[in-house]
Design a protein around this ligand. Structure first.
Ligand SMILES: Nc1nc2c(ncn2[C@@H]2O[C@H](COP(=O)(O)OP(=O)(O)O)[C@@H](O)[C@H]2O)c(=O)[nH]1
Ligand SMILES: [Mg+2]
Length: 364
């Protein structure tokens, strides 16, 4: 899972990137505002179930699921929005490779960091960035429509059915986008969804709006977000400082301030939900490992996450639920109680399933 951290300059993107990745990249001034720049970091997804399984099996290796965060600087706000040319190719390329976005919106007061627009106004900033994403999608959809119309005029349509289908799809998207409606809010059939997949429209991607609030934020306060996005409030600076402390000190600090959960864990969990993801596990003496798959994935699809050979040669999956395995204490007990199931190709993997894939190796 690859998530892009986007937002206006000085909104706290790098601060939150540091919080999520326990990094110490320089924040604030120094670098040119609005310059294109990307930093990425791979973060293990904290999961107490993995810790429990690891304590049970005492494997040589314990591997958590992973999420990649990319701190993407280069959205410029008002200056670029007025040009109406869209993002630079470089920036757009980066954005399109992301599976979803964390959109950081400044909601903290800090007199030493003047807001480029003169005041702190989360609702305005939210709209500015949404507007930039919408504009880029609109330009992409316009180009596609032009091409389709050109083909029609010149009579060079190869597949009439397909042409008509695309024309309808992109006209529908054009209408939504030009009315400031993000593509993620447009209802599409499965066929349309597939046809659109290669276009990677930015406003079709899931987005979590992260309001970067000050240390004294009142959690009851909220700013409405529309457009099918979700939101959280995060004390960016505090979270970064916590993430940079040694674990013992951080625990003390959290107790003192009544913080029960790190924002890092919360943001990862919400991102998982937003992207429709879940975890399954493989266990053994060598390795206990968490894997990520889409909700609704079949057993062979889950097997494919481990290795394509396991998907191609899939025979059956031995499945036990996490609660059954941990509750009963081990595979011997699980088998004795008849809780180890043999599932076939149609089985839909559930969050927390522990899988053992039976497969025929290639060439046999
Ligand atoms: N008080 C306060 N200052 C913050 C917070 N988040 C970021 N800042 C400050 O705002 C400036 C810009 O932050 P930075 O993370 O570099 O923003 P970016 O340009 O979006 O990457 C820095 O001086 C930060 O110290 C916050 O939650 N509270
Ligand atoms: Mg930055």
């Amino acid at each position: 899972m690859k998530l892009g951290i986007i937002g206006l300059p000085q909104s706290g993107k790098t601060t939150i990137f540091n919080a999520l990745t326990r990094g110490d990249k320089p924040v604030g001034g120094g670098r040119q505002v609005g310059r294109f720049e990307v930093q990425t970091a791979v973060v293990p997804v904290p999961d107490p179930r993995v810790d429990t399984l690891s304590a049970m099996f005492k494997p040589k290796r314990t591997i958590y699921a992973q999420v990649v965060y990319a701190d993407i600087a280069g959205l410029e706000g008002e200056s670029s929005a007025t040009e109406k040319t869209g993002f630079s190719g470089q920036l757009l390329n980066q954005l399109t490779t992301m599976e979803g976005f964390l959109h950081v919106v400044r909601a903290f007061d800090n007199p030493t960091v003047p807001h480029p627009s003169g005041s702190v106004d989360p609702a305005r900033d939210l709209k500015t960035v949404e507007g930039e994403l919408l504009l880029n999608d609109l330009l992409a959809v316009e180009r596609k429509l032009e091409r389709l119309n050109d083909e029609g005029r010149k009579g060079i349509i190869k597949d009439k059915g397909l042409h008509a289908q695309e024309l309808a799809l992109f006209t529908k998207l054009y209408e939504a986008l030009s009315n400031d409606i993000p593509a993620r809010q447009v209802e599409l059939s499965q066929t349309e969804e597939r046809a659109l997949a290669s276009y990677q429209l930015l406003t079709r991607k899931p987005m979590l709006v992260v309001f970067n609030v000050g240390d004294d934020d009142d959690p009851a306060r909220a700013t409405a977000v529309g457009g099918g996005a979700h939101s959280v409030r995060l004390k960016g600076k505090l979270e970064m400082e916590l993430a940079q402390l040694p674990a013992d000190d951080a625990a003390l600090f959290m107790e003192e301030y009544g913080i029960t959960e790190l924002g890092l864990n919360r943001v990862i969990q919400i991102s998982y939900d937003l992207l429709g993801l879940q975890s399954f596990f493989t266990v053994g003496e060598d390795e206990v490992r968490a894997w990520t798959t889409g909700r609704g994935a079949s057993a062979p699809e889950a097997a494919g996450e481990i290795h394509t050979d396991l998907q191609k040669g899939f025979i059956r999956a031995e499945v036990v639920g996490y609660d059954d395995l941990v509750g009963l204490g081990g595979y011997t007990e699980v088998k004795a109680k008849g809780k180890l199931r043999l599932e076939g190709k149609e089985y839909v993997v559930q969050d927390g399933d522990i899988l053992n894939i039976r497969f025929s190796p290639p060439g046999k």
